[in-house]
Design a protein around this ligand. Structure first.
Ligand SMILES: NC(=O)c1ccc[n+]([C@@H]2O[C@H](COP(=O)([O-])OP(=O)(O)OC[C@H]3O[C@@H](n4cnc5c(N)ncnc54)[C@H](O)[C@@H]3O)[C@@H](O)[C@H]2O)c1
Length: 292
């Protein structure tokens, strides 16, 4: 961590966080952590009852006046505009915008067309709606601010299984890179963008609602959020989060292998091609041996 917590200009008591998908999982954990630091928190989600319960937990930490519970479907632009208007009317600024809501129904390459539409409406247009609605106001603020978009390793290494979810998260990577560049090029901009790439995190999306215990390989949502906040403080754009099964070096090698599929003209997703299995395994063994 390059910036001491107390010196970071954005993640500070009294400033304002807006978090989508905050009724559960990573979004909820982020809301609670930021409230503990002393930020005012606006939470948005489609699950109104769950959201209200999170609102009560937040109020117990920072008081009712510092919590805004605003049921919102991020795929609906009018609801996102209403969220922004409410936040600016109430508190006049946004320091941390966490664009985190997503769904993961299955859509494969020639099945699940409805799910492709639902996934893109929420995971892609939800993020675009929030970014387009909030960024213009945030750009005019005097104080610095951050936009954190939640991507996924599945949008980078593209593991087989849910092509639609992977594609939606590949779009989030691309649009957040574009956002970061556009912010960087704009004179006197006080807003930075960050691509938050969680590792395997035990949430509703990964089975936590089944009542099963957290698998040893997964991180808790709290651990994932604390790692993310440390790296936002350090100014990192790519916040690639490990878990108990996959350390950072393994992710790095997998990402390099995927990029080399294109550069070296290998088949798509060669990591999962039986003809490349042993080559990939040897690459990982050698890569990790060099690092150890
Ligand atoms: N859990 C993991 O292992 C993991 C890994 C990589 C990325 N992610 C990403 O992390 C983010 C948070 O997911 P999570 O794991 O906490 O899952 P989660 O299901 O607990 O949280 C997602 C939240 O988004 C909400 N949501 C869904 N559609 C919405 C909409 N249209 N408008 C507003 N809110 C909506 C849900 O109600 C839910 O509360 C997602 O972007 C997900 O893709 C999770």
């Amino acid at each position: 961590m390059s910036v001491a917590n107390e010196l970071h200009p954005v993640i500070q008591p009294g400033r304002v966080a807006v978090i989508t998908g905050a009724a559960s999982g990573i979004g909820k954990a982020a809301a609670l952590e930021l409230a503990k630091i002393g930020l005012k928190v606006a939470i948005a989600d489609v699950e109104a009852a769950q959201l209200a319960a999170v609102g009560k937990q937040l109020a117990a930490i920072i008081g009712d006046a510092n919590v805004l519970v605003f049921p919102t479907d991020v795929s609906k632009i009018d609801q996102v505009v209403a969220l922004r208007d409410k936040v600016y009317e109430t508190w006049g600024e946004v320091a941390v915008l966490m664009n985190n809501a997503a769904i993961a129904p299955k859509g494969t390459s020639w099945a699940g067309l409805d799910n492709w539409h639902k996934l893109f409406d929420v995971n892609v247009f939800g993020v675009v709606n929030v970014q387009q609605t909030f960024a213009p106001s945030m750009l005019h603020q005097e104080n610095p601010a951050v936009i954190i978009n939640t991507g996924s390793k599945q949008g980078i290494t593209n593991p087989p299984g849910n092509a639609a979810y992977n594609a939606s998260k590949a779009v989030v990577k691309s649009l957040t890179e574009g956002l970061a560049h556009e912010l960087r090029e704009r004179p006197h901009t006080n807003v930075t963008a960050h691509l938050f790439i969680p590792g395997w995190t035990w949430t509703g999306m990964t089975g936590a609602n089944s009542g099963a215990c957290k698998p040893a390989g997964a991180w808790s949502a709290e651990d994932t959020v604390l790692y993310m906040l440390d790296h936002v403080r350090s100014g990192d754009f790519y916040i690639l989060v490990p878990d108990n099964e996959t350390r950072k070096e393994v992710d790095q090698l997998r990402i390099m292998w995927g990029a080399a599929d294109i550069a070296e003209g290998r088949p798509a997703l060669s990591r999962w091609d039986k003809n490349y299995k042993s080559l990939f395994e040897e690459y990982m063994r050698e890569g990790l041996a060099q690092l150890d």
